[in-house]
Structure formats: C-alpha cells, structure tokens
Design a protein around this ligand. Structure first.
Ligand code: ADP
Length: 426
C-alpha cells in the first residue's frame, strides 16, 4: 500500500543495531529484518533502546541490542516522533574485540601510537556518556557526514572548498579526546555501508617529544607510511587522532629559541608535511585536540574547518552527568534501600524543572526529592571538569561511614559535601 506521506516529508531517524559477537548473519538480512519489525510495530520514535521481539528467533539469535538515536534533533521539549513521521535508517554493526594494537613503540617501551579497528568494544557507549549542551555532538556528526558526502560525490575542491580536519580545544578533562574517539566510532557505524572497514590511529603529539628524539623522526615516517597504506584501500575509512597538538607549536618555538634540540623541529615539520599529504585523500578524517584555549598558532590548525570550544559542563550537563553516575550505582545495587530501588528512574533535568514547578508533598525517598539533592550537588560542582565529576561518586562512596548500607538520600548528602571539598581544592 503506497504511503500517503511522501518520503520528503519524513524525518530520517538513525536506528543502530549491534550484532552479537557470535553472529555470522549477513548485515543486509539483519537490516531487512529490523526494518520489517519497525514497520509492523508502528513504534513511536524516542531515543533509547528498542526491545528485540521475543517472537523473532532470527533477531533473537543475532542481535544484541537495537537503539534509536538522535531524534532530539527533530522534536522539542522531549516530544515524541510518531512512526509515520519518521523514516528509519538502520545501521547494522558488530563490535571489534581486538583491542588496541601498539605496533610502533619507541625505545624504552614508550608507545606513541595506538591503533583500533572500529567500531571497537572499548568505545561502545562513549558517545552517549558524553554530555554537552548546545548540540555540539550533533554539529560534529553533521559536519563529518557532509565532508564525507562531498568527497564521495566527487565535489571539486577548487570550486567548493572544505577539508576533513576537526580541532577541539578547551581546558583539560572536558572530554575532548573521548569525544574524538566517540565521533570516529559513530561515523564508522553510520558509514559502514560505504566504508566496510574503518580504523582509528591515535598519536600523542606530546610523546613524540620525549627524550628519544632521534627515534621520533623515524617513528613519524613509519607511522605515516602505514596510514598511507591504509588509505590507499578505498573502502577503508581512516581516522587520525592527534592529541595535544599545542605541544607541536611549543616544540617548534623551543627549537627556534635554542632551548631544545633542533631534532624536534624536524619531527614537527615531518608531521605537518605528512598531514598535508594525507589531506588530499578522501577517506581520512583528522581529529585534533588542544588544551590551550587561547589562539593556537600552528599552520595546520588554521586549516581546520571545525574548531569547537569544549568548555566545562554547565549546570544542566553537570546534573545529567551526575544523574547517569547515580543511575549506574543504582543499577549495580551499590546504592539501594528497602524499597525496590533498582527500578528507580531519576527524572532528567528538563522534567525535573517541570516537576519542581508543581509543588506536591514529596517523601524523602521519592525520585523528585532525590533529584533536588542531585541538583544541589550539581550546583556545588560549578567549575569542576567532566572528568572530576565522573570521579565524584567514587570519592563520595569511599567517604561513607557505612559503605555497605548506602541509601540514595544519604549518599547524595555525602556527595554534596565531597563536591564542596573538591571545589575548595581547585
Ligand atoms: P580531555 O581530552 O578534554 O582532557 P578526556 O577525553 O580525557 O578529556 O576526558 C576524561 C573523562 O572525563 C572522559 O572519559 C569522561 O568520562 C569524562 N568527561 C569529561 N567531560 C565530560 C562530559 N561533558 N560529559 C560526560 N563525561 C565527561
């Protein structure tokens, strides 16, 4: 039956399907089965998991989980997207369990490079765990998607210019490195039909300037030779992550002023030249991070198309980070009380704000009451980085008088105290 609504009127919604490690099913078969399942169920689209239907033996055998993503872009105020308003785009993937491979290490066992096959098990869930305001994650995803599309369609770079370099800068601990890895993982899933193979190579710029300078030059040459080989295979999508790029500029400056061996300038130049060469390959995305928030004056950074500032988390982001921590401690039973705490769902920031406007009497263990305490903790954490926030529940727990009997309300009180102490130590 032809649909009365044209595809153009529909919103494209990504549905990610993770295969079981044991599955040997064909990706197309699974995609087809999931599409059919979504169609027959007439689900509404909300971000989050979709249960694998118990009456579907094929999906049950092969699929680990199904997840709807990014509907937040299309609906405001946590509204839902009805099934006829959306067209699902199903991405089927299997996680690589190989782990990082550190082939190229310098003398003394110092490893300067890491390589992963994507999507990798280590990065599973990372994208969802990173919380930012103002659509930063979506912006990065769309940017990279456009860059890959332009390349794939053969848009002439002399007529329309763009590049595939992204720079994330901001204070330490704000999740820049994690965001780069998570973005690479996301793109490897979203573009798997165009690029069936995908790798991430991580270079720590700082480690290149260790005491093994003479080795560094060779390492850079070897690394880029390897990357070049990966890139030559046109079905390969390669991400090169260069962390702490500010150390390149610093090393160059120091070499010029004579305070560092001139070897270092050769390493920097080698790296920049190699990167320039790589830029012309269509299937490479270069991701860079810097902890310096002021202007960064190195040549290639000027050419980055997207320079995004990643700052310390706002109140809403702090609340959401702490909420996800608490929810995890509830899931694992570390925090519990006499009631059926394991099914306790803490409201998110937006719905908490709504609930706070409706004054009802709340008992001390009600989710709303708990979330008021959580909000208090989030307020107490102003100025803390995302990294410190994710450690806070651990510190709070280790400070408890009785760690084996930990009810949510007491735990939150301790967390507020811990947050205040952490801030005082900044
Ligand atoms: P950076 O590269 O900016 O120094 P990292 O990527 O090393 O930061 O971040 C360290 C950890 O801090 C991350 O793995 C993550 O657990 C946590 N983190 C930082 N910022 C956030 C955030 N905005 N939302 C959630 N977690 C965050």
């Amino acid at each position: 039956v032809p649909s009365p609504i044209l595809t153009e009127d529909k919103v494209l919604v990504s549905v990610e399907v993770c295969l079981k490690p044991s599955s040997t099913a064909r990706v197309d078969d699974v995609r087809f089965a999931v599409e059919r399942m979504l169609e027959t169920r007439s689900l509404s689209y909300i971000d989050g998991p979709v249960p694998v239907p118990l009456d579907d033996p094929f999906l049950l055998e092969n699929v680990e989980r199904i997840r709807i993503c990014d509907t937040g872009e299309w609906v405001e105020n946590h509204d839902i997207l009805l099934f006829w308003q959306a067209k699902p785009v199903v991405h089927v993937f299997q996680l690589s369990e190989e782990g990082p491979c550190e082939e190229l290490s310098g003398e003394g066992g110092l490893s300067s490079f890491n390589e992963w096959i994507l999507p990798a098990k280590e990065f599973d869930g990372m994208w969802e765990s990173l919380i930012y305001e103002s659509g930063l994650k979506q912006r990065l995803l769309r940017y990279a998607a456009t860059a890959l599309l332009f390349t794939d369609k053969g848009v002439d770079p002399f007529l329309v210019s763009w590049n595939r370099i992204i720079l994330l800068h901001g204070p330490p601990g704000t999740g820049k490195t994690s965001l780069c890895k998570a973005l690479a993982q996301k793109l490897s899933i979203r573009f798997s039909s165009r690029y069936p193979q995908c790798q991430l190579v991580e270079v720590n710029a700082h480690s290149l300037f260790s005491k093994w300078f003479s080795e560094s030059g060779k390492l850079v040459a070897k690394l880029f030779q390897k990357i070049q080989e990966m890139v030559e295979e046109e079905n390969n999508l390669v991400f090169v992550l260069i962390d702490e790029v500010e150390s390149l500029a610093a090393a160059r400056k120091a070499a010029l002023s004579g305070s560092e061996p001139s070897d270092s300038i050769r390493v920097v130049n080698a790296l920049l030249t190699q990167m320039d060469k790589l830029k012309s390959s269509p299937n490479v995305i270069i991701l860079t991070t810097s902890n310096i928030t002021a202007a960064i004056d190195i040549a290639f950074v000027d050419r980055a198309d997207i320079k995004a500032y990643v700052g310390p988390p706002t109140l809403e982001a702090r609340y959401e980070i702490l909420r996800s921590c608490l929810q995890e401690l509830i899931r694992t039973g570390i925090i519990s009380n006499s009631q059926d705490c394991d099914r306790l769902i803490l409201p998110n920031y937006v719905s908490l704000k709504e609930k706070l406007n409706m004054p009802e009497i709340q008992h001390a263990e009600s989710p709303v009451h708990l979330c008021k305490q959580l909000l208090e903790a989030a307020e107490a954490c102003e100025g803390l980085s995302g990294r410190s926030l994710r450690k806070l529940p651990f510190l709070a727990h280790s400070g408890l008088a009785n760690p084996y009997c930990c009810n949510p309300s007491n735990f939150l009180c301790t967390m507020v105290d811990t947050a205040k102490r952490e801030r005082a130590e900044l």
